[in-house]
Design a protein around this ligand. Structure first.
Ligand code: HEM
Length: 416
């Protein structure tokens, strides 16, 4: 607007005394104006570019990593890679080390690969690595409130404690919890009621983190975290049983021996069923339902393996790389339940088995998930023999959604 007016004035002067027309449009003025605007825009772009490049520079002492493109950093390589992100990251760790960094479009991120460094950060520096990053998606979803995405602080402590307490109230971790799994709907409804009681109690406390909004976020998170994960483990388990009929047969032999062909599956039977336990563990190890865990963030400056990691850095724990860590697993690419059995056939725990992660933010629903998986899996195989229709093996490549899941497949369940 300002430029247009100036151009009009210059035009009337150039026209002289002859016609005295009202303000006229002079192309030279407009050109000068456009040039000035263009120059300013270029300068702005240049300044923004320099700012972005400075932001993208690795801070001194930061872990090394592949170089990225201006602005988008390593996002292009991640998106263009033929491999899924967790596999791509594991490959990068072979070149840059177990701890390396990526630039996710200006978000400096540290990726932890293999059991040793994941444990070093999530267990030995548990508090520092217990935060969640303020990523735009998380902010939009739950405003960094709720439980799963909550910043490490009062809100998270309150919500985790409340969730653990209401789980305990229902006998979580005890034998009585078993029957409760059959009443999950009631469980969630009562969890809402417990929350509402907390809200009422906190009414006069201005610093209370219990609010209607946080109630919606945390209950929603619990439902998603509690259904999506367990369902997908079972979908993988069914797929693998049809793929390996020998393994399925061995599980069924154990079920028949311990539970009988029509006995009610019971959590107590688990310790007498090492092979079934080993199969479920191998499904969790091999299929990596949550391959990159949930992103963490550092709440303080810290040093890991001599690298400096500033406060607020996003941290990715590549749990897939832990489960395929050759230091801990022989032939990790092979589906082999026997790796969880000792030479006498007893179930053998493995240190580097961490599908539920480690440290302060480790999965809250581990016990519930384990019980659900065991009861559903044994009940299903007790009654049915599973195979692919016409013995056609489906595509086994995982699909990355909220969790790593199998592609849709058809299965025949024949009464045994
Ligand atoms: C096989 C099933 C499951 C797997 C593999 C799994 C895995 C995980 C993983 C890897 C994390 C991230 C931990 C971290 O930040 O380091 C997590 C967090 C979480 N999980 Fe699970 N999970 C499963 C089932 C469940 C169930 C059944 C529930 C609840 C009903 C649940 C509730 C949560 C919650 C609330 C968190 C966030 C904890 C926090 O931030 O403090 N999960 N889970």
């Amino acid at each position: 607007m300002g430029c247009g007016a100036t151009g009009g004035q210059a035009g009337s002067q150039a026209a002289g005394f002859a016609a005295q027309p009202p303000a006229m449009w002079d192309p030279r003025g407009a050109e000068a104006c456009a040039a000035a605007l263009g120059g300013a825009l270029l300068l702005l772009l240049f300044a923004l570019g320099v700012r972005q490049l400075l932001k993208q520079r690795r801070p001194a002492g930061f872990p090394p990593g592949p170089s990225g493109l201006p602005f988008i950093g390593n996002i292009y390589s991640l998106a263009a890679s033929a491999e899924l992100p967790h596999v791509y990251m594991r490959k990068q760790s072979q070149a840059y080390g177990e701890i390396f960094s990526l630039d996710l479009g200006g978000i400096s991120t540290v990726v932890l690969n293999g059991y040793d460094v994941v444990k070093e950060c999530l267990v030995h520096q548990s508090e520092i690595f217990a935060d969640r990053p303020c990523l735009p998606l998380f902010k939009k979803m739950t405003k960094m409130g709720g439980l799963l995405n909550a910043r490490y602080g009062r809100g998270w402590v309150d919500h985790r404690r409340l969730a653990v307490n209401s789980f305990r109230y229902f006998g979580y971790g005890q034998k009585s919890f078993e029957s409760k799994i059959l009443e999950e709907t009631k469980f969630f409804i009562d969890a809402v009621e417990t929350y509402k009681d907390e809200m009422d109690q906190g009414q006069n406390d201005p610093s209370s983190t219990f609010s209607k909004e946080n109630l919606i976020f945390s209950v929603g998170e619990l439902i998603i975290a509690g259904t999506e994960t367990t369902t997908n483990v079972l979908r993988w388990a069914i797929l693998f049983m049809a793929l390996y009929p020998n393994i399925q047969g061995q599980v069924q032999k154990e079920i028949d021996l311990i539970m009988g062909p029509s006995g009610k599956p019971s959590w107590d039977d688990k310790c007498k069923m090492p092979y079934t336990e080993a199969v479920l563990h191998e499904v969790l190890r091999f299929c990596n339902i949550v391959p990159l865990g949930i992103f963490h963030a550092t709440s303080e400056d810290t040093v890991v393996r001599g690298y400096s990691i500033p406060k607020g850095t996003t941290v990715i724990t590549n749990l897939y790389s832990v489960h395929f860590d050759e230091k801990y697993w022989r032939d990790p690419e092979i589906f082999y339940p026997e790796r969880f059995l000792d030479s006498s056939g007893y179930f053998a725990k493995k240190e580097a088995f961490i599908p539920f992660s480690l440290g302060r933010r480790h999965c809250l629903g581990e016990q519930l998930a384990r019980m659900e998986m065991f009861l559903f899996f044994t009940a299903l195989l007790q009654r049915f023999h599973l195979h692919f229709p016409h013995e056609l093996v489906p595509n086994l490549k995982p699909r990355l959604g909220m969790t790593l899941q199998p592609q849709a497949y058809l299965i025949c369940a024949e009464r045994r």
